[in-house]
Ligand binder design. Structure first.
Ligand SMILES: Nc1ncnc2c1ncn2[C@@H]1O[C@H](COP(=O)(O)OP(=O)(O)OP(=O)(O)O)[C@@H](O)[C@H]1O
Ligand SMILES: [Mg+2]
Length: 502
């Protein structure tokens, strides 16, 4: 038996050692421990050395001695130290004080399993996520500027189409497709930055129907819908929820490579206190998405919401992780029920907002003329051009500038000339020079009553939610349509301060 223990100690990759509690003198170390320290000596040579001379304490970690003093014993603790050769090591540490050794005082017996490689892999994942966030931020910015031009032009053509149904329908499809392109970049942003939801009270069925139809367009999978009448409204960020629906519908489509039908049901549900679901009792709207695809095995079912878990050759394993975090941010849950080779049903529970009034965009979009002078700042030429055309269509006279400095100069000059601007519209971030936040501060110094609106392509930028704190009267998410712009102008110019008669 003794031999077995000895062989095990010499064989195991885990480090095992014994040292005195008071001085920290090593009495025994197995080969695994020596290898972990990377000192290039034998385990026999390590005996007699002091533990503090072979392991370096890392800032922020307590010494093992202190931990033992506090807790009496250490079990399964993740512990970080540095070797004398300067290598960072992470281990799962177990340590106890063996009181039966009396000669040398108290003895510490410790076992440390090296998890450095796993730790590095985790850190790499985190770094990759961070870089995805940075990359997505950049893409979203460029992409949204381009889409502003596309959407802007579409809305202008729509206005010029004279209400021809076929033409309007096609343009509306193009509009929806551009918006769904924008949502793809938001996928990463939501996950990497946990974006602030921009909520409004809506009937969720339109979002679900529009998104899922776009998601499966062109393939051999079709969606069919069953929507309960008198559906309760929900207060959600429609962009984020649409992203969730897109993820689930695409997964369902991919689960049925030979084609098939996705059944989407939307209904009201009352969740009682005694339910197993981690939800508060109350009213919910439930969206279920059912496919007859390949299904998910029992082992995989536990892992599907983990970031990077994928069984697909070209999958990123982000779709469900993003969906999970979005639904959680809305105080809801996602459940899944699946059988291998039979199919899968995902259910999303979103809290109902019964008292809320649904704010639907009117089906027939109209532009109401507004006559005023506007200063528009954006560093992208294509955005300036389309915004100028849209503002002109609405009936405004717009001056276009590319940065904060130019904006301040123009504003000053206009104020002096007694032909001031009624409104300034400023881009939050410009690549060169000062952006919207600083510009509005400068403008307030010149004219405390300045009316300003902020625009941003970073749709999760807190500035789009907390714009008032920064001195703006409204925020416009890029890309914007002519109707979005018109709506903001109508509202903002009514606000007290300056009047549009200027
Ligand atoms: N409807 C479904 N039917 C079968 N398996 C599914 C379904 N939905 C999800 N899965 C499983 O869950 C895994 C994770 O899904 P998730 O959407 O997070 O990532 P992905 O689809 O692999 O990649 P992507 O980042 O492109 O979405 C999938 O790889 C798949 O194995
Ligand atoms: Mg997916």
């Amino acid at each position: 038996m003794k031999d077995l223990y000895k062989r095990l100690l010499e064989f195991t990759k885990c480090g095992v050692c014994q040292y005195t509690f008071d001085k920290g003198e090593i009495l025994y170390a197995n080969p695994g421990f020596v290898e972990m320290l990377g000192l290039g000596i034998s385990h026999k040579e390590l005996e007699g050395k002091l533990i503090k001379n072979v392991m370096v304490l890392v800032k922020g970690e307590k010494s093992i001695r202190k931990l033992l003093d506090e807790k009496g014993e250490i079990r399964g603790l993740e512990y970080h130290f540095r070797t004398r050769t300067g290598k960072d090591k992470w281990v799962i540490l177990d340590a106890v004080i063996n009181k039966s050794f009396t000669d040398a005082g108290k003895i510490v017996e410790a076992k440390a399993c090296d998890i450095t490689e796993i730790k590095y892999r985790e850190m790499l994942k985190a770094q990759r996520l961070e870089s995805i966030g940075i990359l997505a931020g950049g893409i979203a910015h460029d992409f949204n500027n381009i889409l502003t031009a596309i959407l802007g032009n579409i809305s202008l053509v729509k206005m010029e189409s004279g209400g021809k149904k076929k033409l309007t329908d096609l343009l509306e499809e193009a509009e929806k497709a551009s918006l769904s392109a924008r949502k793809i970049t938001q996928q990463f942003l939501t996950f990497a930055k946990g974006g602030v939801p921009l909520r409004k009270t809506i009937n969720i069925s339109h979002v679900v129907k529009d998104t899922s139809s776009i998601s499966v367009r062109g393939g051999n999978v079709k969606c069919s819908f069953e929507v309960q009448k008198d559906l309760w409204p929900v207060r959600v960020d429609d962009g984020q929820v649409s992203q969730v629906i897109n993820n689930l519908v695409i997964n369902a489509e991919q689960a049925m490579p030979a084609g098939g039908k996705i059944l989407i049901k939307i209904k009201n549900a009352v969740v009682k206190k005694d339910r197993i679901l981690p939800l508060k009792a109350g009213k919910y709207v439930v969206i279920s998405i059912k496919d007859n695809g390949v299904g998910i095995s029992k082992q995989n079912l536990r892992k599907i919401f983990n970031p990077y878990f994928t069984t697909k050759e070209n999958g990123r394993g982000l779709g469900l992780a993003v969906s999970y975090s979005v639904v959680l941010n809305h105080a809801g849950v996602i459940t899944v029920d699946s059988k291998a080779r039979k199919g899968t049903t995902f259910c999303i529970y979103l809290p109902a907002d019964e008292s809320g009034k649904v704010k639907e965009a009117p089906r027939e979009k109209k532009v109401y003329p507004v006559k005023c002078r506007i200063l528009f700042m954006d560093d992208e030429a294509i955005v300036r051009k389309i915004a100028g055309e849209m503002l002109e269509y609405i009936g405004c006279k717009a001056d276009l500038v590319k940065n904060g400095k130019e904006a301040v100069l123009k504003y000053k000059a206009a104020l002096k000339s007694k032909n001031p601007y009624n409104l300034v519209i400023l881009d939050l971030t410009v690549s060169k020079g000062i952006g919207g936040k600083e510009t509005v501060k400068e403008l307030k110094k010149i004219d405390p009553d300045v009316k300003a609106v902020i625009t941003s392509g970073y749709s999760y930028d807190p500035a789009l939610v907390h714009y008032r704190k920064m001195g703006f009267l409204a925020a416009i998410k890029k890309p914007f349509s002519i109707e979005d712009l018109n709506k903001v102008l109508l509202r903002v110019l009514k606000e007290k301060g300056k009047t549009s008669s200027r």
